[in-house]
Design a protein. Structure first.
Length: 98
């Protein structure tokens, strides 16, 4: 256990940050999974409705990733890599459609 007041405060802050980071990371994983499921659904049955779902999913995932990078939950390069994975999936989808 901590011996000083400042050490106790740091423990509380670290726990608060850990929970915040966990929430961001979990949300990002969920949004990315939803996006990849939407892409897979579109590749199976292409339709305008599915394409709109892909755009909404991508927008939500990009937004959450950018917020996580801004609050330093994720490193800048980690956020860029996640966004690149999302863009790559859409690019491959459009290449198959052509």
């Amino acid at each position: 256990m901590a011996n000083s007041r400042s050490a106790l405060k740091r423990i509380k802050i670290a726990e608060r940050n850990r929970l915040r980071n966990k929430a961001y990371k979990s949300a990002i994983k969920t949004l990315m999974k939803n996006y990849f499921n939407a892409v897979e659904l579109y590749s199976a049955t292409p339709s305008q409705d599915n394409l709109d779902q892909i755009q909404r999913s991508m927008s939500a995932a990009y937004s959450k990733i950018d917020k996580a990078v801004k609050t330093k939950v994720l490193h800048t390069n980690n956020g860029a890599r996640k966004k690149a994975r999302l863009a790559k999936a859409l690019k491959q989808l459009t290449a198959q459609a052509s």
